[in-house]
Design a protein around this ligand. Sequence first.
Ligand SMILES: *Cc1c(COP(=O)(O)O)cnc(C)c1O
Length: 411
Amino acid sequence: MVQVNGNYLKLKAGYLFPEIGRRVKAFSEANPTAQIIRLGIGDVTEPLPEACRQAMQAAIDELGTREGFHGYGPEQGYLWLRQAIAQNDFQARGAQVSAEEIFVSDGSKCDSANILDILGEGNRIAVTDPVYPVYVDSNVMAGRTGNADELGRYAGLTYLPISAENGFCAQIPSEKVDLIYLCFPNNPTGAVASKAQLQQWVDYALANEALILFDAAYEAFIQDPELPHSIYEIEGARQCAIEFRSFSKNAGFTGTRCALTVVPRGLMGKAANGEAVELWALWNRRQCTKFNGVSYLVQRGAEAVYSAAGKAQVQALVHFYMENAAIIRRELIAAGLEVYGGEQAPYVWVKTPAGLDSWGFFDRLLQQAHVVGTPGSGFGAAGEGYFRLSAFNSRANVEEAMARLRASLTN
Ligand SMILES: *Cc1c(COP(=O)(O)O)cnc(C)c1O
C-alpha cells in the first residue's frame, strides 16, 4: 500500500465545527420546531456588491468573444488588479508596497498555509492561543511540529496566550522565535493592535531576524482612524513581514474567491549555508509552479471593489455588519456579560458566565435560546472560558438571537 503523510495523523482539529454540527443536529432532532439561529461560522451572508457583479457580468461577455477571450492569466494576477490594490490598499495609507510585490490568489486561507512551502524545517514558530486554526494545522501537516498533548498543544510550537489580562495582544516572547503569526483585527477575539504594539513586534522581528506573517483579512472592519490597516504602515516592516489580505470578508467573496499576499522585494531569508535569499523570488517560483492564477472574471470583480461605486458598496456592507456587532455587544452587556471585540472587527468575544466553560455555555445557549455560537476552547486551550459570536448574519436574525439570548440569561 502507498504510504500516507503521517503528519496528518497528528492532527487534533477538524474537531470544533464537526462537534458543533453534531450537537446542533442532536438538538434539532429532539426539538424539530426550534428555529435555530447560527452566529457561529465566520461566513458572510449579504449579497455580492452590485459593482462587482456588473464587472463580472461584463467580463463573462468579454470572454464570449474571440477578441475578449482570456486563457491562462499571469500566475501573479493581472497587473491592473495588482496596481489598483497597491494604490488603494497600501500607497493611499502611506505604506510603500508596489504592484510587483502583490500576488493575487484564490484565498488567504490557502496562502497562509502555502507560505510554508518556501520556509525551512528548522524554524521556531510562534502562534497566539487562541488562534485561527489554519496556522497551526498547516504547520502540523508540513511536519513542523511534534505530537499534540492532552490540551491540543503541539510540541515544537511556541504558544503566546492572549486573554483579557493582556488585552488580547500577546506578550513579546522572551525566547527567540523565527516565524510569528499575527492576525489583526483578530479572529477569534475581535482585538486590534495599535501602531505602537505592531512596532514592538516589528522591532522584535528585526532584532531576532524573524519573519512576521501578518493576516489582515479583517482590516476593512477597523473603525478607529488611528489604527493601522497594514503592517507596512509600521517602520521596518518591509524587512521582516509578509501580509495576507482577502476580498472574502469586506466584499463578500467567500464563495467567489479572491485574495492577495504581499511579499516585499528585498525581504530576505537564509539558506542552510547562511547565504541570504530573497523570499519574493521563492514565492514567485512557488506560485508559477503550483498555481495558475485566479479566474479573469473574478479578478475583474475584485478590481471593481476599488471603483467609486464599489468602495461605497463595500463600505455599506462593512457598516451593516458592524451595526450587527454593536447590537450583539449592547445586548450581551445588558445581559451582564463581560464582552470584548466587536468594535473594530465582526467578532464579539465574550467571557462565559460563572460556572460554565465554553462548551457549557454553548449547550445552554443552544438549549435555551436556540442560538449557535463558537466555543472559545475550539481555538486553543487559552480560549477556554470564552465564546465567539459572529456579526455575519441578517439584521432580523441578529435581533431575534439577541432577544432570546437576553431573555435566557436574565431569567
Ligand atoms: C476568513 C479569514 C481569512 C480569509 O480566508 P479566504 O481564504 O481568503 O476566504 C483569512 N484569515 C482569517 C483569520 C480569516 O478568518
